[in-house]
Design a protein around this ligand. Structure first.
Ligand code: ADP
Ligand code: ASP
Ligand code: MG
Length: 466
């Protein structure tokens, strides 16, 4: 089979984990599979880099100095564990030192300018993957593999929407195939950086936080891979985040639609954009655990085997605010909903959930907390006249709320789901602020106070999912 294997941050954090990742790739390569390996930065490294750049822009150089020291230590220690040969180690040490020099120079420029553009942020943020690439590649070589380490700026062509770039698939396909197919054909194992790409003019971009999963399926799509395997630190996609719900269980198979919905509504285990490039070519995705590589994990496919449950998993997104537009005269105002959402869209604010009471006396929608003030300002302006006429009484935000999403194919057609949710939360005395049924056929979303989110998650999980 032709496979793309992506390793997440915890699966490559430190020499021992890197060796483990290399062992996994090598084991499957020896079974005759042609494998492209994509790697994330070590956990926490991307956060450190982004914080360094932002602080530098605010006039603080101590943060990036300290970060450079820590990153040097961290990567050289991993290198020491991975490589025995002195001469090889020296070559790789120099490569790592050059990248960290680049990082220092970038942060110094940002500090001098006193501002960080999205383009500069990507140049810094992408260094985590670039730093680990030579170490993982060497770990595989140490096993006896022929390896080529490649930065994905050579493969993935993106638009110039820095920090959230999208791949231009035709160009990406052509470049990726030209570069990787000959290697795969002669038994070489390409190891590539996750998370980053480059514009047509070769300026480095990133695909959004957590975007290495997306790298996996972009490359899988470009190469017509048989499967994309995402190696992480849990046994696949589970019925809930196992960090919050200890009794969460692995879902053996879910559909592309369900996986997209789960990741969109907060299941961090897959980046939301990851599904589309795989679904387009019907490529199965597997989610596997590097800490328990024998576990079958989850398969994400077009038509999963039924597991007998309508509600399969539950997720949570925090740090949200609910905006409400209310007024007894709202029925008389034409096109309120259209005007509300046009106004919010004009501000480029993402709306996560919408609900309207049947009396049409209010419209509620949920946005990220950081967008709430901007949404209200824009709406106040848009509805100024209607407010003066008394048709709209109030536009307000309720902060510190969370959306819970119960996800599973077939929920829309199945009666009583909402009643069960109300029942489960009622038993625990948790108030539901609003609810949206069938925002897609896979999903029932409800809004609760953020402080009740974990308790609500556990209550619904124990009543409905398990
Ligand atoms: P990686 O570094 O491998 O990309 P992430 O930290 O991005 O890993 O994603 C894995 C984490 O996602 C898990 O450790 C888990 O806490 C979290 N998670 C959230 N929801 C789920 C879920 N439904 N199933 C599995 N893991 C989940
Ligand atoms: N290292 C990047 C991040 O932390 C990408 C990834 O891990 O998927 O966002
Ligand atoms: Mg991730």
């Amino acid at each position: 089979m032709r496979l793309v294997m992506k390793f997440g941050g915890t699966s490559v954090s430190g020499g021992a984990r890197i060796k483990n990742a290399a062992a996994i790739v090598w084991q499957h390569a020896q079974q005759g599979h042609a494998i492209v390996t994509a790697t994330s930065a070590m956990s926490g490294v991307t956060d450190t880099l982004i914080r360094s750049a932002r602080r530098a822009a605010e006039g603080d150089s101590a943060t990036y100095f300290a970060a450079l020291e820590r990153l040097t230590e961290q990567h050289l220690a991993a290198l020491d564990e991975v490589v025995d040969d002195e001469a090889t180690r020296e070559i790789l040490q120099k490569q790592i030192a050059r990248l960290l020099d680049d990082c220092g120079n970038l942060c110094r420029s940002i500090h001098v300018l006193g501002e960080v553009t999205p383009r500069a942020l990507d140049a810094v943020a992408s260094l985590g993957e670039r730093l680990i690439l030579p170490i993982l590649a060497q770990a595989l070589r140490e096993r006896g593999a022929n390896v080529e380490a490649i930065e994905a700026s050579e493969l993935i062509v993106t638009d110039d929407n820095f920090t959230q770039a999208s791949p231009l698939m035709d160009e990406t396909r052509a470049k990726t195939r030209a570069r990787l197919m000959p290697l795969l054909q002669n038994g070489t194992l390409p190891v590539i950086t996750g998370f980053l790409g480059a514009t047509r003019n070769n300026v480095v971009t990133t695909l959004g936080r957590g975007g290495s999963d997306y790298t996996g399926t972009i490359i899988g799509n470009a190469l017509d891979a048989d499967e994309v395997w995402i190696w992480t630190d849990v046994n696949g996609v589970m019925t809930a985040d196992p960090r919050i719900v200890s009794s969460a269980e692995t879902l053996a198979e879910i559909s592309y639609g369900e996986a997209a919905e789960l990741s969109y509504f907060g299941a961090k285990v897959i980046h939301p954009k990851t599904i589309a490039p795989a679904a387009e070519r019907d490529t199965p995705i597997r989610i596997l655990n590097t800490f328990e590589p024998g576990h079958p994990g989850t398969r994400i496919v077009r038509a999963p085997k039924l597991n007998g449950r309508t509600a399969k998993a539950i997720t949570v997104i925090r740090k949200l605010a609910q905006i409400t537009i209310e007024g007894r005269g709202m029925q008389g105002v034409p096109g309120v909903a259209a005007r509300v959402f046009t106004t919010v869209a004009r501000e480029a604010i993402n709306v996560l959930m919408i609900s309207q009471s049947s009396s049409e006396q209010n419209i509620c929608f949920v946005v990220e907390a950081t967008d709430a003030a901007r949404a209200i300002d824009a709406l106040e302006k848009e509805f100024e006249l209607d407010r003066m006429r008394g048709n709209i009484d109030r536009i307000w935000a309720q902060a510190q709320i969370a959306i819970l999403a119960v996800v599973g194919a077939g929920m829309k057609g199945s009666p009583g789901i909402a009643a069960k949710v109300f029942g489960a939360l009622g038993m625990h005395g948790i108030n539901i602020i609003s609810i949206a049924q069938g925002s897609s056929e896979y999903n029932l979303s409800l809004v609760v106070d953020e402080q009740n989110a974990d308790a609500a998650l556990r209550a619904i999980h124990s009543q409905m999912v398990k």
